[in-house]
Design a protein around this ligand. Structure first.
Ligand SMILES: [Mg+2]
Length: 280
């Protein structure tokens, strides 16, 4: 069985592992399940997750981490094999993921300096990007926004890693990728293709990595509006965990076709749910 496993709120919460989950995933993997981690977070590179998940004892390799930047890179490669130059407005992980699949990546920060110094002509003369990819950019500035929007107006595809408006941190709720995407959308007048959950493409790319039809996968997540919606969008089953953002009351209020296939409050309940789903 292919398990598409969300990270924050399922495997860990912030820096704290959720008890028993890494061990359970190790047992499922040893018994033949394929475990692929899926996350909307657009900031980090796959190796960052591999180190973190290994330190928690979870089964992982770099090709089994499909973050929204990784899925975006795989998606762009697939739909536009001739695409060479991509402008990235986002964190360090986004540029690395795009470069890994062979794109020539221009970070909006570097391009923005050219705009300020020499005007847009200079930037465009150095090669127009065929696509603009936008995620969470913690150093967002008016100049970066201008470079992204101008490139889109000049005809580049506009792809968003995800549209989560809010990013939860230890310091509280901070602006997420969706806030940056909304600014570029407003400035360019173009609505992007969005890869992350609740849209289906993140799970489609994750299932493709495993060579499995997404309809045969089980999504394990904690978000009703993200994980459950995305699972429904690709026809996958879904176990909703109560270890993250959703409360039991929220989840039990979902009735009929809107309800998840199972609810799990902890690793033991998840184990029982997966045993049931693999038998059925
Ligand atoms: Mg989550």
């Amino acid at each position: 069985m292919l398990l598409l496993v969300d990270l924050d709120g399922v495997v860990y919460r912030g820096t704290e592992p959720i008890p028993g989950i890494a061990d359970l995933l190790t047992r499922r993997s040893a018994a033949g399940d394929d475990v692929v981690y899926v996350t909307n977070n657009s900031m980090w590179y796959r190796a960052d997750y591999v180190d973190r998940l290994r330190s928690m004892g979870a089964p992982v390799s770099a090709d089994r981490v499909v973050s929204s930047p990784r899925a975006t890179a795989l998606y762009l490669r697939e739909i536009d094999p001739g695409l060479e130059r991509v402008l990235a407005l986002g964190g360090p992980g986004l540029g690395r993921e795009l470069a890994d699949v062979g794109f020539q990546v221009v970070m909006a920060g570097a391009a923005a300096e050219l705009v300020v110094r020499d005007g847009m002509d200079r930037f465009e003369a150095s090669g127009r990007p065929g696509a603009v990819v936008v995620g969470l950019d913690p150093e967002l500035s008016w100049e970066r926004l201008a470079v992204a929007a101008t490139s889109i107006r000049a005809g580049a595809r506009f792809i968003a890693t995800n549209r989560d408006p809010i990013y939860p941190t230890e310091r509280g709720l901070m602006p997420g990728s969706g806030a940056v995407v909304a600014a570029v959308e407003a400035a360019s007048g173009v609505t992007p293709v969005s890869i992350g959950k609740p849209a289906p493409l993140l799970l489609v790319e994750a299932a493709r990595v495993a060579g499995v039809d997404p309809r045969d996968a089980v999504m394990i997540g904690d978000g009703i509006l993200t994980d459950l919606q995305a699972a429904r969008a690709v026809g996958a089953r879904c176990v909703l965990m109560l270890t993250g953002v959703s409360s039991r009351a929220d989840v039990e209020a979902l009735q009929g076709p809107n309800a998840p296939d199972a609810i799990a409050a902890d690793a033991a309940e998840l184990e029982a749910a997966l045993a049931r789903l693999s038998a059925g």
